[in-house]
Design a protein around this ligand. Structure first.
Ligand code: HEC
Ligand code: HEC
Length: 330
């Protein structure tokens, strides 16, 4: 082989490596690859923000949004009543495909959401995760914190067209194929105890050290409530498959992910904020849009799940924003 060719080959190899390293830094390479016709977006980073020519005041607002997203615990007792940060479920700073990237909300809303049966904007979507996933109540619409969080989402969406017509690669936690065997509590418990309890603990409570959440709770009073999107078995199974165990993503089989998701989501957690006072009635009311995917109001191992008034650490059941809303203007 002649020398110039080898040099060229080496140069190509080096630049490919650099490309991969760059992709690795921004997107882990072990995620499923994009399919033909999907919209692929690599969100900008906070470093990119510092380098941008945005007004310093706008940079300040976006930085605050990032800080709230990564350390939402600073709002504990005010807006957050469990031990989650937004980044506990939206991994990689809310930028990663298959890990609940948050920027799609900035380009697909306003939109009609069956979950609450009206048109939602970005603030209201963020409010949803505060009400259910954080078992709390959102910062007020138009407040500094809401402005900052929304700005961070919009920054991540930089360059993407509004209302894109292509399906978005890696949006949410893309659904796994149906499990070969019906998800099973005992098998799920085995997976949990072998691969998860070391961090999330045997009783699901996780680990809080010196007031800092090291490992978030996967069930119990300090976890997400019965109305949270991740309490749906298929959503949790996909989250786990693509994101857990932390640092060993993708090592569970699909069946193990379904089983452990079933085990976690058949433990107790704070009441669904839409609770009517009767678990069967609440399940029936939201069955078709939501609870057909959860075990809320079902009997598992002789326990009727969600049959209690426990709202976790918050001093109320239903945040103001969950009251029904109708658009009345013509
Ligand atoms: C306990 C897990 C969890 C936590 C904590 C959480 N979320 Fe979510 N979030 C979800 C799930 C599940 C979805 C729905 C994903 C899907 O549709 O598959 C979601 C969806 C979203 C979306 C819509 C994304 C899209 O594709 O349109 C936004 C925006 C969002 N969350 C923002 C937040 C913010 C801001 C916080 C913190 C205040 C937060 N979330 C905390 C689980 C969580
Ligand atoms: C090495 C420690 C570690 C292991 C092992 C681990 N996790 Fe996690 N898990 C975390 C951390 C840390 C987070 C929060 C993500 C972040 O902040 O980056 C998390 C987040 C979660 C969440 C979303 C937030 C919540 O508390 O509900 C779920 C659900 C979850 N893990 C389930 C699992 C399951 C199931 C397994 C086993 C298959 C597992 N984890 C193994 C550390 C771990």
């Amino acid at each position: 082989m002649n020398i110039p060719f080898m040099k060229l080959a080496a140069a190509v190899a080096v630049s490919l490596l650099a490309l991969n390293a760059n992709a690795e830094a921004r997107f882990p390479v072990d995620m499923p690859k994009p399919k033909e016709g999907q919209l692929v977006h690599i969100p900008p980073t906070m470093e990119d923000l510092e380098k941008s020519d945005f007004h310093p005041e706008l940079k300040r607002v976006i930085r605050r949004g990032y800080d709230l997203f990564m350390n939402t615990q600073q709002l504990r007792g005010k807006n957050v009543f469990n031990n989650m940060n937004c980044s506990s479920c939206h991994m990689g700073e809310g930028r990663l495909p298959y890990a609940g990237p948050v920027w799609p909300a900035a380009v697909t809303l306003p939109a009609y959401r069956p979950k609450n049966d009206h048109v939602n904007n970005l603030e209201e979507r963020i409010a949803g995760c505060f009400s259910y996933s954080m078992n709390g109540t959102p910062p007020e619409y138009g407040s500094d914190d809401m402005l900052a969080l929304a700005a961070y989402h919009q920054w991540l969406a930089k360059g993407v067209e509004m209302f894109p017509s292509k399906p978005i690669y890696g949006r949410g936690y893309p659904k796994l194929d149906d499990p070969q065997q019906k998800p099973d509590y005992a098998r799920g418990k085995q997976v949990y105890e072998a691969k998860c309890s070391i961090c999330h603990s045997n009783d699901g409570s996780g680990l809080v050290q010196n007031g800092k959440v090291v490992f978030p709770s996967v069930w119990g009073d300090a976890s997400y409530n019965w109305g949270a999107g991740i309490s749906r078995h298929f959503t949790l199974a996909a989250f786990v498959k693509y994101n857990m165990p932390l640092g060993q993503r993708g090592t569970l089989t699909d069946q193990e992910a379904w089983d452990v998701a079933y085990y976690i989501n058949t433990q107790e957690r704070p009441q669904d904020p839409r609770y009517t006072g009767d678990v069967k009635e609440t399940r029936a009311k939201y069955e078709s849009t939501f609870h057909k995917f959860t075990s809320y109001g079902e009997s598992v191992n002789g326990r009727l799940l969600g049959n209690h008034d426990n709202v976790g650490e918050k001093p109320f059941l239903k945040p103001e924003v969950l009251k029904p809303r109708t658009f009345t203007a013509n």
